[in-house]
Ligand binder design. Structure first.
Ligand code: ZN
Length: 117
């Protein structure tokens, strides 16, 4: 059965199901209306139906993003300013004692020297 095809409706923005409603001319079936089960929006034709499968790659992009948010590999994380012996924290800011400039704890630089202990 094709009656429970998932769509991401462009009219109501909901994840919904595609309803195929037979169109009749008298007793003769002349075609199908493609209708959003949620809001009743009728799509002009099959190519206009926002099938979820077709949009799959875009949906999966979002769920993949957390993985790529881990931008630091282990090596890079070792060079973070907050692990550096020149990293100075006071109540108002964090700075690099070597370069005398403000840094973020997650900065890294090529003058990094690992803080002992
Ligand atoms: Zn809809």
């Amino acid at each position: 059965m094709n009656s429970s095809v998932e769509i991401q409706c462009t009219a109501c923005g909901q994840e919904s199901l595609l309803k195929r409603v037979p169109r009749y001319d008298g007793f003769k079936k002349t075609g199908e209306s493609l209708v959003c089960a949620s809001c009743g929006h009728e799509f002009a034709g099959e190519p206009d139906v926002p099938f979820k499968e077709k949009r799959g790659p875009r949906v999966f992009d979002d769920s993949d993003r957390p993985k790529s948010a881990h931008v630091f590999d282990a090596h890079e994380a070792d060079r973070l300013c907050r692990h550096c012996k020149h990293y100075v924290v006071n109540p108002f800011c964090q700075r690099c004692g070597l370069r005398s400039r403000l840094v973020e704890a997650t900065d890294s630089c090529d003058r990094f020297e690992k803080r002992q202990g």
